[in-house]
Design a protein around this ligand. Structure first.
Ligand SMILES: [Zn+2]
Length: 404
């Protein structure tokens, strides 16, 4: 069999994606939070599709659906996640899971499929893929709660019928690598008129908490000249970041003040305390260091004002580089099937691939998001792009298998 002749079934892939959208359908999107009834129904449906594809599926104790193919030859693990953010899109995660199953069907060998649990973080950060690589301790499961309604994770697992089930662990030496396809969730491909993104790295996220201490007082009787307004100090600092960061940031750096709280937070009270959560993302640690140094300098300047500001680094992640050989296979397949329509690019969002990259070579393929919209029910990708991405992934996996 000539490997470059591997051909996926586009109409079958699209039909399966549209069927998967029915689990928790919301407008044109999906509401399928982790371990909810539609989530568990969809996981069982995905397990059935794996079985049809000749794989042996198990739903494990954290909700991962792992479908193992027959035989012991060289193989790749393909997958993504199937739950969604609340009232979000139909392709975020689902696309990569159905690509994996379609590639398994097209190739007929050399592929295991993973459908990870809770990549969207309803309960924890990447618990499914972390469990699979052995980095999710039982103590963390015991302590984790749903971030919206506080449900303890053990209760959610029990309600989903997963209590006491063993958790699947990666089998050392079984895989040549991991591939995950995903929608881009940004507009870079679309604005360049391209249809495929070969991911070079997954950016690191550095998160900080800034705490402002002033003096709480009466909003009517306290003269402006003597106020120590923690909220005002915070607002000025946010503006200062926006003014000074472009000089130290890289071309794809992003920074976000995602949450601001004022204490006590009332109309007639000068805030005595304020807090902001601030996040940096880039794929170059040197750029992240530069931005952190500038942030510290901005905080030092702010401390010359009436309020005290402290900067606390909550987490400083490491960028995850995608494997060169997998990138090359994806690029060559893309060039063969859709010449001139792909580019290499970093991923600004986190993905399960960054965890799998800790234990095996990993790669990712992006297809365009219409209007760059994701984490919203209107999220969409042109059907031709959906089919093209899967065809390229199948060809790349076939080439990689032939090369091992
Ligand atoms: Zn996703």
């Amino acid at each position: 069999m000539s490997l470059s002749n591997i051909s996926i079934d586009g109409p079958r892939l699209l039909a399966d994606l549209h069927r998967l959208r029915q689990f928790g359908i919301h407008k044109t999107g999906v509401h399928r939070p982790t371990y909810s009834e539609p989530d568990m129904q969809s996981r069982n449906w995905i397990a059935d599709r794996m079985r049809e594809a000749g794989l042996t599926p198990v739903i494990d104790g954290i909700g991962n659906v792992i479908g193992r193919g027959p035989g012991d030859g060289p193989r790749f693990l393909l997958g993504s996640h199937s739950e969604t953010q609340n009232h979000a899109g139909w392709l975020d995660g689902a696309l990569g899971v159905m690509y994996a199953i379609e590639v398994a069907r097209a190739l007929g060998h050399g592929v295991d499929v993973a459908c990870w649990a809770d990549e969207e973080g309803h309960y924890a950060a990447f618990p499914g893929s972390r469990s699979f690589i052995g980095e999710l301790p039982d103590t963390e499961i015991a302590a984790a709660r749903n971030r919206y309604d506080g449900t303890p994770l053990p209760d959610a697992l029990a309600a989903a019928g997963l209590a006491g089930k063993p958790r699947a662990r990666v089998e050392p030496g079984r895989y040549r690598g991991y591939l995950e396809a995903h929608i881009e969730q940004g507009d870079d491909l679309e604005r360049r008129g391209l249809r495929l993104g070969i991911v070079t790295s997954i950016v690191a996220i550095w998160q900080f908490r800034l705490t402002f201490t002033g003096i709480q007082n009466h909003a009517g009787t306290t003269r402006m000249a003597i106020r120590k307004d923690a909220g005002l100090a915070l607002a000025k600092l946010v503006v200062e970041i926006d003014r000074r960061f472009p000089a130290v940031a890289g071309p794809r750096s992003v920074w976000t003040t995602g949450r601001i709280t004022l204490d006590p937070g009332a109309a007639s009270i000068i805030p005595g305390g304020a807090e902001m959560l601030f996040q940096l993302r880039d794929s170059d640690p040197a750029v992240l260091e530069r931005m952190q140094a500038e942030l510290a300098a901005i905080v030092a300047d702010s401390n010359r004002g009436p309020c005290e500001v402290t900067l606390h680094a909550m987490s400083r992640g490491v960028p995850k580089l995608m494997d060169e050989a997998i990138q090359n296979a994806l690029a060559q397949a893309a060039e063969r099937i859709a010449p001139g329509q792909s580019q290499h690019m970093p991923s600004g969002a986190g993905h399960d691939a960054q965890l799998l990259a800790k234990v095996m070579p990993a790669g990712m393929l992006f297809v365009p998001s219409i209007g760059g919209i994701s984490h919203h029910w209107s999220e969409d990708t042109a059907e031709a792009d959906i089919v093209l991405g899967c065809q390229v992934m199948a060809a790349a996996v076939a080439d990689l298998l032939a090369a091992t």
